[in-house]
Design a protein around this ligand. Structure first.
Ligand SMILES: *Cc1c(COP(=O)(O)O)cnc(C)c1O
Length: 589
């Protein structure tokens, strides 16, 4: 945030090709007709706001599920020919994580690499200005068109990395304000009027605030402007506990937010939302968005949020899906289409259950063998914790655990009793691949990872069979799903909002072992190999029993067929990203 241009001149901030982004006339027509008719068009698209996008093909590396969801939503919109604009920052630098053996332990270090948007096919449109900390910051607006969709980004050399700094700190607030106010002006530059604004979590609140401010400054009555903004804003929540969210202080808003508001009424409205000098973005996002969704059935039910009046907030359940062609082996996609299981839009067909019924163990094994080859190609370029390149034998059973290293996902759980783990791996010619980045500065999780690596290092057998692959990313997420037999997902029940990596495993004909949580709980616990238990000790016993059961199933055609078919029967409609987008469109229009 150090690209200072000079002192703000009010007029120089807001001169753009599209003087008035808002279709106020349309609003009055709509209330006259008693309902809103939001037809989408190229100039009036569905807009999707996200602080994180995980789409390395387009130059943007994310941190986890929130960003993967954003990328998949856009891809599905492109396939379905929906006019869709994704607004996000382009981070000029990204992190990479490395592990090296260091004496008895492991040394973990992070490198920072510059990213150039030109290399990823973005073109520069113009600059927009926002006011931060007493200066004007000039943001580059860049964009890239992909079919019926566009990615519009704001960026500047001092923008920093994704999730850099503290979550309630000045730099995060700057990034969020830049996305909201800068991104809103960027739409004007691009000649776009948002039909709908979907806020992917509360870090994007300022986009809706910018809209409310513009409507009010353009002369709409403040309360009508609130109604209009609310009716056209969808807040998608991914978090469970409101209290866990970082808050901001009034002084921070005085420096970063208020200077960007033109309307005194909006400023007053926002000021009134502070409690004891602090504000949580979820509280104001709930105020500004009448449409609210959670990311799985369970999550929508248990997310514990209250509005400023103290009433519990209701969330519509729209379970995440994935973009099937992105995450599935091409031969498996072909197989689904050939057997009339998926249609051309990657939705389950009307008779998909009949198609699934025809799957044979022989087909599964043949498709998985191809996947193993593809995985080994990727592994030949991705070193493990020793700097070695692993090759998983064709006849081995491969387990994977691949997700962000955060406490509630419990990556250490399968290492609770190393002797049992060893027995299972020995008996079934098993291998185990572990993946997941530790957030920079999370010393607790860094220690837990090191503990696992040391445990493995001490044992000659485990050292040969258990591999940690640093710098977890989309490439590893995808190919591990394609090339593994069994995946493990064991979050503490009640803490996973949805999760999508387990969907990648099921769609690629793998067996899922999971606790009954997040989107997995959209279907009954006998749809997959569930980890049960009232205590962690019971869960560990159940996990090992399931690992044994899953490995045995790969040695018995009847069991394998039965388990894979049951998973697909139940989860295929959940997994389909097209189903998710259709659910959003049904809810919105
Ligand atoms: C699929 C994917 C995710 C999603 O992870 P969940 O923990 O299941 O939400 C995160 N990161 C990468 C790299 C992925 O490919």
């Amino acid at each position: 945030m150090n690209k200072t241009v000079g002192k703000p001149e009010p007029d120089e901030l807001y001169t753009h090709p599209l003087e008035n982004i808002e279709d106020v006339q349309g609003f009055y027509e709509a209330i006259n007709r008693q309902h809103l008719t939001n037809s989408l068009s190229k100039e009036r698209p569905y807009t999707y706001w996200t602080i994180e996008l995980y789409d390395k093909q387009n130059g943007i590396r994310g941190g986890g599920g929130l960003g993967v969801l954003a990328a998949d939503t856009r891809r599905v919109a492109e396939q379905s020919n929906v006019p869709f604009v994704l607004v996000t920052p382009f981070y000029p630098s990204e992190q990479h994580q490395h592990y090296v053996k260091d004496g008895d332990g492991f040394k973990n270090y992070t490198t920072h690499e510059p990213v150039d948007y030109v290399k990823y096919g973005f073109s520069f449109l113009d600059t927009v200005n926002i006011k931060c900390n007493g200066t004007i910051v000039s943001l580059d607006v860049i964009e890239k068109a992909l079919g019926s969709t566009r990615i519009v980004c704001v960026t500047e050399p001092g923008f920093g990395e994704l999730y850099s700094g503290d979550s309630g700190g000045d730099h995060r607030l700057y990034q969020e304000v830049a996305l909201g106010f800068g991104g809103y002006q960027a739409l004007k530059l691009a000649g776009l009027r948002p039909a709908i604004m979907q806020l992917n979590e509360v870090a994007t609140f300022f986009a809706a605030l910018a809209r409310l401010d513009e409507l009010t400054a353009n002369g709409m009555d403040f309360y009508e402007a609130v109604v209009y903004t609310r009716k056209h804003t969808l807040y998608t929540n991914h978090t469970l506990v409101q209290a866990a969210e970082a808050d901001f202080g009034y002084d921070q808003f005085e420096r970063f937010v208020f200077p960007n508001l033109k309307s005194l009424a909006v400023k007053k409205w926002l000021s009134d939302k502070f409690e004891n000098g602090r504000i949580r973005l979820s509280a104001v996002t709930i105020e500004i968005a009448e449409l609210r969704s959670g990311v799985s059935k369970l999550h929508a039910r248990v997310a514990n949020y209250h509005d400023v009046a103290g009433n519990k907030v209701k969330f519509k359940a729209i379970t995440n899906g994935i973009d099937i062609p992105t995450w599935t082996a091409p031969s498996i996609v072909y197989y689904y289409k050939k057997h009339n299981i998926l249609d051309n839009f990657y939705l389950p067909t009307k008779n998909y259950a009949e198609g699934i019924e025809k799957i044979t163990a022989e087909d599964i094994k043949e498709l998985k063998a191809k996947g193993r080859t593809e995985l080994n190609t990727v592994l030949s370029k991705r070193p493990d914790q020793y700097g070695n390149f692993v090759k998983i034998p064709d006849d081995a059973i491969l387990f994977n655990f691949k997700r962000r290293f955060v406490d509630y996902k419990r990556p250490w759980l399968p290492f609770s009793d190393p002797e049992i783990l060893k027995l299972i791996l020995k008996k079934h010619n098993g291998y185990y691949i572990l993946c997941g980045r530790v957030h920079e500065g999370d010393t607790n999780m860094a220690k837990k990872l090191e503990k696992i690596l040391k445990l493995v290092d001490k044992d000659e057998f485990l050292k040969e069979r258990v591999h940690y692959l640093p710098d977890y990313d989309e490439e590893l997420g995808r190919t591990l799903s394609i090339g593994s037999n069994i995946s493990i997902n064991n979050p503490i029940v009640g803490l996973e909002a949805c999760g999508t990596s387990w969907m990648k495993d099921i769609i690629n004909l793998g067996l899922l072992i999971s606790t009954h949580d997040g989107g997995v709980a959209d279907c009954s616990a006998d749809s997959y190999l569930s980890i049960d238990g009232d205590t962690e000790a019971e869960e560990i016993d159940s996990l090992y029993a399931r690992m044994e059961e899953a490995a045995s199933a790969w040695e018995n055609d009847f069991d394998l067929e039965f388990l894979v078919k049951k998973e697909l029967d139940n989860f295929l409609p959940v997994i389909s990203g097209t189903r998710m987008l259709r659910d959003y469109l049904d809810y919105l229009f």
